[in-house]
Design a binder for this molecule. Structure first.
Ligand SMILES: Cc1cc2nc3c(=O)[nH]c(=O)nc-3n(C[C@H](O)[C@H](O)[C@H](O)COP(=O)(O)OP(=O)(O)OC[C@H]3O[C@@H](n4cnc5c(N)ncnc54)[C@H](O)[C@@H]3O)c2cc1C
Length: 580
């Protein structure tokens, strides 16, 4: 009884205390601390921000989505100036980079999620969470319409929320390219549910193929696992599946060893197209050794319950391949609710919702968007040539000296980052060199035509940011920082000069993405990592780096401990193949 009381008290202490203290209790109770406790947990409670204003009526800030963008925004929001309402069909945040590890039990599903209420607890702002999906955004009346994911009675499922400021961070849906049969028969890997279903389906296949009533031909079909899409997720999944099959399932189902086949279908010419050729070549060689059949130039045209039909892009030949499980991983597309919203704000027909460089949605007020659901439409420098000229030519002389641009060069670089990229690419020392090249004769002044000539090529360096967690989380952090310092920056703007408008400065610096590299786990405890500047490292050491980086990036101490112990469990006992 006494023991039970002690246990009870310890458990209450663990539940009620702040996260680092919980960790201390857990580790001490476990008899030995193996992780150093740091005070810089990303989910520590924060002090009120400088623009907080509890005196007047607070503005209502609605955040749609609790993925990488939405959660990082909420985590970094430090102002108490808003009443915050969060809407998402998932009441948790998912660490998506570890979803492939959930598909085979290397990591358990609950280890990579964190309840959103835990994350926003102890924040300086009031926050309410609604587990629902937004199905319509009305920018005119500033309302979002939502539907609970619980199946409640008639009239109880739906509700509307007013907003003063809206942050859209709803991510994207899987792109099926309208390929017939994909929605019905293929697996996706976007959510935790998807990973769990996939894990069950693989074990289903092994158990079904083990039944005495199954013919040899049917066994071959059932044991054929097809991955569609040779991007990082498809490649990682194929590698994870191979490891699961060879390291764990082969000894448990020895009679099925020879029936197993893994095929990776890619419509383009090579897998991992966003990586350096060294990585692609290594992945191809490794997969060949692992007997993963990589078929490039193979476009899937139809999926039925038992066959997947591919078209060879070179020959046009159609082939129907029998399969047991197919994973569809071919990229992302706009969600219907966003597409409908885009129509309302004059963005119909665009591939993805456009924001300006400050993440404000173009065509409506007080709406911001980040992550996979939006893309920054970078302002073109050439379009602003006349405005830049007018600013520099203070005396309206019609032409200026190259040196007259000096005062605005920093603003030009910040407002049009493509200019600096162009200079780097063409090995030009600075903006002055660009102008001098366009000027031709060093005696001549720069007029609008010369400036247009100088800027004529720079916009070729405008690039779109990739749909990654890195981008979404940096945007979330950036936007929260803007909200936090809004009051200060209104008084003392910190952004670049407004060339197109009547002068003055933008309140904030525009969003600027810092790429810190990309991993491609390739199985067999090997990975490729590509750092900025195309510096590539491949092999076991990179896999070690992968473990370290991902453990450190996990969003709470709880998930860090759970994932590390899952890895430890997997190394010790192997992956669990129970048919749950
Ligand atoms: C398997 C996998 C592995 C990946 N690995 C990496 C990696 O290693 N590195 C990397 O940088 N990126 C990786 N990514 C990409 C990364 O996960 C995404 O780019 C990132 O999640 C985008 O963040 P987001 O906030 O825009 O969207 P998400 O993180 O997808 O979040 C969207 C949120 O919106 C919610 N939502 C959906 N519909 C609605 C609605 N109607 N109303 C309200 N809320 C809604 C969702 O529940 C979710 O909470 C991976 C993705 C996957 C699927």
């Amino acid at each position: 009884m006494k023991g039970f009381q002690i246990f009870n008290r310890a458990s209450t202490a663990i539940t009620n205390r702040a996260t680092p203290s919980k960790l201390l209790i857990v580790l001490t109770a476990a008899g030995g601390a193996f992780l150093a406790i740091s005070d810089d947990s990303p989910f520590r409670s924060l002090t009120a921000g400088e623009s907080g204003n509890d005196g007047g009526k607070k503005k209502k800030l609605v955040v749609l989505g609790t993925g990488w963008g939405g959660t990082t925004f909420l985590k970094n929001l430090k102002t108490s100036a808003y009443d915050v309402h969060v809407v998402s069909p998932h009441n948790y945040f998912t660490f998506t980079p570890l979803l492939p590890s959930v598909t085979n039990g290397t990591v358990e599903a609950r280890s990579i999620v964190e309840p959103i209420r835990n994350i926003v607890r102890n924040k300086p702002y009031n926050v309410e969470f609604k587990e629902a999906e937004c199905y319509r955004i009305d920018p005119v009346n500033k309302k979002v319409y939502c539907r609970s994911i619980q199946n409640l009675g008639h009239g109880e499922n739906e509700f509307a929320l007013d907003y003063d400021v809206l942050v859209i961070a709803m991510g994207a849906r899987v792109n099926t390219f309208n390929t017939p049969g994909v929605e019905e028969h293929a697996h996706f890997l976007k959510e935790v549910d998807d990973a769990q279903k996939l894990r069950r389906s693989i074990i289903d296949c092994y158990e079904r193929a083990s039944l005495p009533t199954i013919s040899d031909e049917e066994k071959k079909r059932i044991m054929h696992f097809v991955v569609v899409g040779g991007g990082p997720t498809g490649v990682e999944y194929a590698a994870e599946l191979h490891d699961f099959a060879s390291q764990d399932l082969a000894s448990l189902y020895p009679s099925l060893k020879d029936y197993l086949k893994i095929t990776l279908l890619e419509a383009g010419n090579h897998i991992l197209p966003m990586f350096h050729k060294k990585v692609t070549d290594f992945a191809n060689e490794k997969f060949q050794k692992d007997q993963i059949d990589v078929k490039t130039g193979s476009m899937v045209v139809k999926v039925s319950d038992k066959d997947i039909s591919t078209k060879n892009r070179a020959t046009g030949q159609i082939e129907a391949i029998p399969y047991g499980v197919v994973l569809w991983s071919t990229g992302i597309a706009t969600r219907p609710v966003i597409a409908e919203f885009m129509e309302k704000i004059g963005q119909a027909g665009k591939r993805v919702m456009a924001t300006d460089e400050w993440l404000k949605v173009q065509g409506c007020d007080d709406v911001y968007a980040l992550g996979d659901c939006a893309s920054i439409a970078q302002r073109k420098a050439l379009e602003d040539a006349a405005a830049i000229m007018k600013t520099v030519d203070k005396n309206n002389a019609g032409a200026v000296d190259v040196g007259d641009f000096k005062e605005f060069v920093k603003d030009i670089y910040e407002r049009y980052p493509q200019v600096r990229k162009y200079l780097e690419k063409n090995k030009l020392k600075n903006f002055e060199s660009l102008l001098r090249n366009a000027q031709g004769d060093s005696q001549k002044k720069i007029d609008i035509e010369a400036l247009k000539k100088a800027l004529s090529e720079v916009d070729s360096q405008v690039s779109f940011l990739p749909p990654t967690a890195q981008v979404a989380s940096q945007q979330g952090k950036y936007l929260a920082a803007c909200f936090n310092k809004a009051g200060r920056c209104e008084m003392k703007p910190e952004g670049p000069f407004r060339f197109q408008e009547s002068g003055g400065r933008y309140p904030f610096h525009p969003f600027s993405y810092k790429h810190s590299g990309q991993f491609a786990p390739l199985g067999g405890e090997q990975a490729a990592v590509q750092f900025p500047g195309d510096w590539v490292s491949i092999g076991h050491a990179s896999q070690g780096l992968w473990y370290t980086v991902y453990a450190s990036k996990l969003v709470t101490w709880r998930t860090k401990v759970l994932v590390v112990s899952d890895w430890f469990r997997r190394f010790t006992f192997g992956r669990d193949s129970s048919h749950l």
